[in-house]
Write a protein that binds this ligand. Structure first.
Ligand code: KIV
Ligand code: ZN
Length: 511
């Protein structure tokens, strides 16, 4: 009988700490629904004390999700814990995850607290959290650079105070697999009460070892892995959920655990997260990259055709490849449209919203005959990003490019409700369009990234554009989709400008 490996997904919290990856409440809810469909055990929905927006997002997810546990992160202080407790209150299964740093450098330079004070604060935090739920997780931030004897002392104290899950994060991605596994093994052996709790790991990928470290820890006794879709997360990211789940499943001969994940939902989850955050998935990414199951060399192709297992250790359909099936077309009606949205986790509130979304769907179906789930997600992201109250709104565009001539763009925008137009030339139509927008808006945003992806296959596919803009300390990602990639680019640029305009500063838990 194998143990269950608890899959704790932190795409909505640690993943959202990737530069520019902030998501709207509606987008977070859509991802949470997909995580629930994938049968993730715990969804870390956010850090409620970070901002009122984060609080609302966690609360909305807590009210909507029934199968997975919904978790809120909090620092080890009474106010953060109360915010987390109130935010997860509506959940069917709720958890508070509280943390404090335990490495000498963090205690001395960041917290300016003595080790004894840190233990005292951690114990108090567990007590405050238990007023809201019995399911309390404790993390020793920067455990990867903490002294093992100190970790053992603080873990013993928080277990006695009632923590049910003990997380040993490699916050800065400093550990290597053998050493990290030895730390876990020693703690599990040494800490009184270790057998009463679940040992958890949370690894960052600064040295490219997040998945390797997590799996080494599982072999050493960890029974919860914290991870994210596509390995999204602070700096170089976190351990990738899809790699952990498929490693444990494919090498069931090595790992004494099994997960509850419905692996066929992995590729749809990866696409959804990439589409919403604007972080493309590299083609050679394990499991979810476009080439992960593509065989280029003749010898490999021949082998796979003769006997699939010659070169394939997993089946593409087991992780959800091929799920890109035709869903709707030009003749589909409103009922089918709404039903399909529901199936992919998108709930439309009012009749008015349904009418607006359906009108846009019909426009798209006129341009593109086959509408896939990915198109629906892009359409709904656009829909959510284009309410009447947005400061910058596209009214119309015109482009001209001809061999031997400098491309030109004309843009008509509504800016704060006032119609303005401008014209510019550029090295290409996208460059000209961005210059025309800047001539009107004078945002001063610095373009850090511009990327175009085809959402589905075929030349009538929608192009999905991501634009990353920086201004001062803030970095935002804007997305836009359209069958015309210049229009998609303009939408993405305006989406980024609207995010810069909206402000919405929030606290990072690790600062
Ligand atoms: O990396 C880290 O230490 C964290 C904790 C808050 C768990 O994200
Ligand atoms: Zn982290």
């Amino acid at each position: 009988m194998k143990d269950t490996l608890i899959i704790f997904d932190t795409t909505l919290r640690d993943g959202e700490q990737s530069p520019g990856a902030s998501m709207t409440q509606e987008e977070k809810l859509r991802i949470a629904r997909q995580l629930e469909r994938m049968r993730v055990d715990v969804i870390e929905a956010g850090f409620p004390a970070a901002s009122p927006g984060d609080f609302e997002a966690v609360r909305t997810i807590a009210a909507a999700i029934r199968e997975s546990t919904v978790c809120g992160l909090s620092r080890a202080n009474e106010n953060d814990i109360a915010r987390a407790g109130e935010a997860v209150a509506p959940a069917a299964k709720k958890r508070i995850h509280t943390f404090i740093a335990t490495s000498p450098i963090h205690m001395e330079k960041k917290l300016r607290m003595s080790p004894a004070q840190v233990i005292e604060q951690a114990v108090k935090a567990i007590g405050w959290a238990r007023e809201y739920t019995d399911d309390v997780e404790f993390s020793a931030e920067d455990a990867g650079r903490s002294e093992i004897d100190f970790l053992a002392r603080i873990f013993e104290a928080v277990i006695r105070a009632g923590a049910k899950t003990i997380n040993v994060p490699d916050t800065v991605g400093y550990n290597i697999p053998g050493q990290y596994a030895a730390t876990l093994r020693a703690l599990i052996e040494k800490v009184p009460g270790a057998d009463k709790v679940i040992w958890s790991v949370h690894c960052h990928n600064d040295l490219g070892l997040a998945v390797a470290n997590s799996l080494a820890a599982v072999s050493a006794g960890a029974r919860q892995v914290e991870c994210t879709i596509n390995g999204l997360g602070e700096r170089a990211g976190n351990a990738s959920l899809e790699e952990i789940v498929m490693a444990v499943r494919t090498r069931a001969d090595v790992f004494p655990v099994r997960t509850r994940i419905d692996t066929t939902q992995i590729v749809p989850a990866s696409r959804l997260v990439s589409q919403i955050t604007g972080y493309p998935v590299q083609p050679n990414k394990a499991i979810v990259g476009a080439n992960a199951f593509a065989h280029e060399s003749g010898i490999h192709q021949d082998g796979v055709l003769k006997h699939r297992e010659t070169y394939e250790i997993m089946r593409a359909e087991d992780v959800g490849w091929g799920a890109n099936k035709l869903v709707l077309g030009k003749h589909s009606g409103r009922t089918a449209f709404r039903a399909r949205l529901r199936e992919i986790g998108i709930e439309i509130g009012s009749e008015e919203q349904l009418n607006a979304a359906f009108a846009r769907f019909k426009e798209l179906a006129d341009k593109k005959h086959e509408i896939f789930d990915e198109d629906l997600h892009a359409l709904m992201s656009d829909e959510a990003a284009a309410p009447e109250q947005e400061h910058f709104r596209l009214l119309s565009t015109r482009f001209h490019s001809e061999t031997g001539e400098r491309p030109q763009a004309e843009i008509v925008l509504s800016m704060g409700g006032k119609e303005t137009r401008s014209h510019a030339t550029g090295s290409g139509p996208v460059d000209a369009a961005f210059k025309a927008i800047e001539a009107i808006t004078r945002s001063g945003g610095q373009l850090l990234l511009y990327s175009v992806n085809a959402i589905t296959t075929g030349t009538d596919a929608q192009g999905e554009v991501t634009v990353r803009l920086a201004r001062g300390e803030r970095i935002v990602n804007g997305q836009g989709a359209d069958t015309d990639i210049v229009v998609a680019s303009v939408k993405a640029y305006l989406n980024a400008l609207n995010k810069l305009h909206a402000g919405g500063e929030k606290l990072n838990p690790q600062l």
